[in-house]
Design a protein around this ligand. Sequence first.
Ligand code: HEC
Ligand code: HEC
Length: 249
Amino acid sequence: MQARTLYSILLFGGLGFLCGCDRLPGKPKEEDRWKPPSEIKDFALLFNTNCRGCHSNGQTLSASISMNNPPYLAVVPKEVMHKTIETGIPGTQMPTYSDKAGGSLTEEQVNILVEGIYNWAKGHEAPTDNLPPYSAALGDAERGKAVFAQACASCHGSGGEGTKGKGGAVDKAYLSLVSDQYLRTVVIVGRPELGMPGFREYVPGKPMTGEEISDVVSWLASRREGPAPGQSAKTAEIAPKTQPSTPNE
Ligand code: HEC
Ligand code: HEC
């Protein structure tokens, strides 16, 4: 055998051995290959690309509530979380995700998101005693004003106008962006990452009752100008579709 041939066998044989035979250097790995978005099954990737711009994963600050928040996960029913992701909250910034409703996620991906979000609370579960209902009708705005004075005014000012360093809770522009349910959610779970405690801590040793929560939300809602944003998914489904009265053709 010529020295040159021997050299080639050694070189290529050696390279093949190093690369496990079926892989040449630079060949993309399976996980690097392009996948259609509907094939993405990784929870962190799904959350980071779809939700994290608005809802924290617990490591960042975000405009809306964090999803990595055990007190929130203790109060929000799983079906509500699921439905909210599928349909969004019409009239607010919360988008529709279900591909059946024009969104970009499959049913399976929505399930992966829901399970992954609830898994964040595993091992960090919040207490469930005295837990107020996640959802309830508005209460009495007059009584709510008194509740606000007791539980909220120390940070938000007696009329909700805000105190030094803490924003106004009754800012009209703010109230026109969020639904009554979101106000209720925030009163129950707070914004711990921003320094707002939850329903257990406003008045030391006296968790806020479901009724007080409904009343204070009612007072906040009464400060809003114009209609409340955020129809429930059900209302959105049954609302008549507005058709142009004269077809374009
Ligand atoms: C210990 C201080 C503190 C108390 C008490 C408090 N808040 Fe807040 N609240 C904050 C801070 C801090 C924020 C973060 C944003 C800001 O500065 O407005 C906030 C935010 C909010 C928001 C906007 C949240 C969002 O995500 O859109 C609302 C609404 C609100 N508070 C209502 C209330 C109500 C109602 C009460 C009483 C039940 C209350 N707060 C009690 C400190 C407090
Ligand atoms: C463009 C910003 C934006 C994005 C992106 C977004 N959300 Fe939201 N989300 C909101 C806002 C704003 C609200 C409050 C709407 C309201 O007023 O009721 C909300 C509400 C919610 C609620 C209900 C909160 C409550 O009151 O209990 C859930 C659950 C939720 N989002 C989950 C998600 C998940 C999961 C994703 C990703 C698949 C996501 N959101 C993406 C802005 C966003």
